[in-house]
Design a protein around this ligand. Structure first.
Ligand code: NDP
Ligand code: BG6
Length: 491
């Protein structure tokens, strides 16, 4: 098993349900195009887009041509590669809720049973079960078939289990690929490399040496035309249950015995199960909900959440969450993990900050009084970098220490186009490598930790605090961390 494999794939049919949707045109089709350009797709690899819109294949390609071009930069676009890529694309008009409507797909797939067959569900979760039943009734599931599902999987543990039960009536667990696109990001995999490819960090990676951990996923965008979906979902379900918790578990897991899919996932789930439950008043004291109001960025004003399309004027959905979590384990006992995510925050920044403990006794003077200890900052977005903050003697006569950064900027080192996270994940689905996908028990364990927080919010009628768009969230998020004499890293 290879995490970063360059092998060419088996012939495949990639059936993309929701081929006309936002995610398909912004991420999935561009990801497959880039892998085509890298010569990683076999000649006999087809992309079969499916949706209700009234296109035939030619009309769909014309539409796709215009749409996708908005999401691939001129620098990364090559006309002849694109035209070659389009030869792989077919379109079928199917209403997935109508079993009779699958016939065109049956005809298109006939005689290709030995090919890898991927059913990629880039549709609303309410359609997952229709599609599972539809492809099963149409006899389309072969032994080499796989189904890939977009997040969020359900709204809580029970609904996720219901979806999983229905899926497992048609597919075996090893045919099911639950996507969390953060696991496809280069730096997330680099976190595994950093921790388990270097002996240096392991002795430091524990409560004796680490004071606190902060994980921030801040977005400057608002709900971007997905108001209907977002208002029913909120930041806790949209970002914390999946992306934030995945970053947390990769950071906190014990070394797996190998890089095999189940060895990695077995360790990840132990962390999810070791998260101390946040229930009742404890959940209220250790969480902050926020909702953005109108504000401004350098390029101009932006509207508040209520003014976005499809958002009810009395919505109490959170667009920001901050949490203080703890992991009950020998390694992490007593170390607070501060998690936060939000829309319309000051900048698009995703980073993990590990704050080490201060020196036990200082023999030096420092300009900042050692107020900020050694830090390891792993930045995923906007640029990918790893920085280590250490103290050195400032140049000059006095022995005064000052903090400086050791910097590893991935752009400088690798000088390659930044991959879309989906490039690796889509190929892994076709290849049959589930390491970077969530197992059923992982999804259930993540919901099991999230559900009581949401229930406490309902029980205590804990409404979101407002924050101005373009800032780092509500003041209460600062209060959450400053109670312990700490502050969010916002350099
Ligand atoms: P969209 O609403 O943009 O797309 C939904 C797609 O489903 C469209 O192609 C639509 O096509 C198709 N569809 C709807 N009803 C039917 C039907 N009855 N039969 C066949 N096709 C149907 O959604 P997104 O692309 O934004 O999201 C897709 C999935 O990905 C969701 O689960 C979402 O939560 C998830 N996701 C999205 C992200 C994003 O950034 N957009 C990020 C992460 C996850 P048509 O109308 O032509 O039928
Ligand atoms: C998606 C969420 O899963 O992740 C979106 O549904 C969010 O609301 C997106 O904007 C963020 O992804 P990224 O890769 O841009 O950080």
């Amino acid at each position: 098993m290879n995490l970063i494999s360059n092998d060419k794939l088996q012939p495949f049919d990639f059936v993309l349900f929701g081929g006309t949707g936002d995610l398909s045109v912004r991420k999935l089709i561009p990801a497959l195009y880039f892998r085509h350009c890298e010569n990683q797709l076999p000649d006999d690899g087809r992309i079969i887009a499916v949706a209700r819109s009234d296109y035939d294949t030619e009309a769909f390609k014309q539409w796709l041509n215009e749409e996708v071009r908005q999401h691939i930069s001129d620098e990364d676009f090559n006309e002849s590669d694109w035209l070659e890529f389009l030869q792989r694309v077919l379109y079928f008009k199917v209403d997935v809720t109508n079993v009779e409507s699958y016939q065109s797909l049956v005809d298109a797939l006939a005689g290709r049973e030995s090919h890898v067959r991927v059913f990629y569900l880039s549709v609303a979760p309410s359609l997952f079960t229709h599609i599972t039943k539809g492809v099963q009734a149409a006899g389309l599931i072969t032994p080499t078939s796989r189904v890939a599902l977009e997040k969020p999987l359900g709204r809580d543990r029970q609904s996720a289990e219901d979806i999983n039960d229905k899926l497992s009536a048609a597919f075996s667990e090893d045919q099911i690929y639950r996507i969390d696109h953060y696991l496809g990001k280069e730096t997330v995999q680099n976190l595994l490399a950093l921790r388990f490819g270097n002996a240096l960090f392991e002795p430091l990676w524990r409560s004796e040496r680490i004071n606190d951990v902060q994980i921030t996923i801040a977005e400057s965008l608002g709900v971007e035309g997905r108001g209907g979906f977002y208002d029913q979902t909120g930041a806790l379900r949209d970002m914390v249950q999946n992306h934030l918790l995945q970053l947390l578990v990769i950071l906190a897991m014990e070394p797996p015995v190998s890089i095999d899919p189940d060895a990695v996932r077995d360790e990840k789930i132990k962390v999810l199960r070791a998260l101390k439950p946040l229930t009742g008043i404890d959940a209220i004291e250790n969480s902050v909900r926020g909702q953005y109001k109108a504000g401004a960025y350098v390029d101009g004003p932006v509207q508040g959440y209520f003014d976005e399309k499809d958002i009810p004027a009395d919505s109490t959905t959170e667009t920001f969450v901050a949490l203080r979590a703890e992991i009950a384990s020998w390694r992490w006992e007593g170390v607070p993990f501060f998690l936060r995510t939000g829309k319309r925050m000051e900048s698009k920044t995703t980073e993990i900050v590990i704050n080490f403990k201060k020196v036990p006794h200082s023999i030096f003077e420092t300009a900042d009084g050692f107020s900020t200890p050694n830090q390891l900052i792993i930045r995923l977005q906007p640029e990918e970098s790893i920085r280590m903050r250490i103290y050195v003697k400032a140049w000059g006569d006095d022995i005064q220490l000052q903090p400086v950064f050791l910097n590893l900027d991935f752009n400088d080192v690798f000088q390659k186009r930044k991959m879309i996270a989906y490039e690796r994940l889509l190929l892994d689905v076709i290849r049959g490598n589930p390491t970077l996908f969530m197992r059923r028990d992982e999804v259930a364990a993540a919901w099991a930790w999230i559900d009581p927080i949401r229930e406490a919010w309902e029980q205590y009628q804990y409404s979101p605090k407002s924050y101005t768009a373009g800032t780092w969230g509500p003041a209460a998020a600062n209060a959450l961390i400053s109670k312990e004499g700490l502050h969010w890293n916002e350099d």
